[in-house]
Design a protein around this ligand. Structure first.
Ligand SMILES: [Zn+2]
Length: 197
């Protein structure tokens, strides 16, 4: 059987939570049974029904495509490549990008055995073959891994799809900075001032 300590231990494994906050939350759950019930219900439903969008690869619940990929009011000529879903959310929140997205699921980093095969590159090539994108906007982070991933994609796309223009969001973001933490204004500027290669 479980004890409160088990709840604290499992909560403290959540990203960004220290033991103190985990313990505070554990006692909140214990003291608020109705809330705990709702929490379990929603979490369990999400756990059982989570899927990936067949196009961009973002998490979705109970459908095959996300609302962005199934929208017909977006600019179908431009595809923005991001590392993670949180980057897509950050860009979407700026409101300055109206095309579609493709989530890679990380970056290339041979030292950590993250090779291109582990990213959603096969899916990317499939989409580029199926659709008439005219431009790829690469929005990987301005980090060493983000740069390496950009160079890999640039080379791959240039050799396979000569008609597609490639751009990258401007380096207005601080070096080593992460998209999801950039303020809306900085990120908007970085998208507006994208650079063609
Ligand atoms: Zn999607």
């Amino acid at each position: 059987m479980y004890q409160i300590e088990d709840l604290i231990a499992i909560l403290s494994r959540l990203p960004g939570l220290g033991k103190k906050t985990a313990s505070k939350l554990a006692y909140f759950f214990v003291n608020n049974k109705e809330y705990s019930g709702d929490f379990i219900k929603v979490l369990s439903y999400i756990k059982d029904n989570i899927k990936f969008c067949s196009d961009c690869g973002c998490f979705i619940i109970n459908s095959d495509k996300c609302s962005i990929c199934s929208s017909d009011s977006r600019n179908s000529k431009i595809l923005c490549i991001v590392e993670e879903q949180k980057d897509m959310i950050a860009i979407e929140e700026t409101g300055v990008f109206s095309g579609f997205y493709h989530i890679l699921g990380g970056t290339i980093n041979p030292l950590e055995n993250r090779t291109p095969e582990k990213l959603r590159i096969k899916e990317l090539l499939f989409r580029l073959n199926q659709k008439d994108f005219e431009e790829i906007l690469v929005a990987t982070n301005p980090t060493i891994e983000g740069d390496a991933t950009f160079l890999y994609l640039q080379n791959l796309i240039k050799t396979t799809f000569q008609n597609i223009k490639i751009s990258r969001i401007a380096t207005g973001l601080p070096m080593g900075g992460v998209l999801e933490y950039a303020d809306k204004h900085t990120l908007s500027k970085a998208i507006e001032q994208k650079q063609y290669t």
